[in-house]
Design a protein. Structure first.
Length: 95
């Protein structure tokens, strides 16, 4: 079910990475896969590349306390099919 989520928006500036919070409409990757069990290899690899880049940025920003591990329910598939990482500190996301 698509709804609004508070996510981390990662901004790269030279070799630094900054995190700001943003609100996006989408659904968790877990929900998306349950509804669409046959995603293409291309889509899967596009998402994996996005996730790796996001995790590299989070590591550079020293915000790794939030993301010690990833599960499909803290990754958001936005309406444009791009990936965003859930802001785990926001109370509205802790349902």
């Amino acid at each position: 079910m698509r709804q609004n989520y508070e996510v981390m928006r990662l901004i790269r500036q030279n070799s630094d990475c900054h995190i700001i919070m943003d609100t996006v409409r989408g659904e968790t990757l877990g929900e998306f896969i349950l509804r669409n069990p046959k995603i293409t290899k291309e889509q899967f690899f596009q998402w994996m590349i996005q996730i790796i880049k996001e995790m590299e940025c989070i590591e550079k920003s020293k915000a790794m306390d939030e993301y010690r591990f990833l599960i499909p329910f803290n990754i958001i598939v936005k309406e444009n099919k791009k990936i965003a990482l859930l802001n785990l500190k926001t109370k509205s996301n802790q349902k």
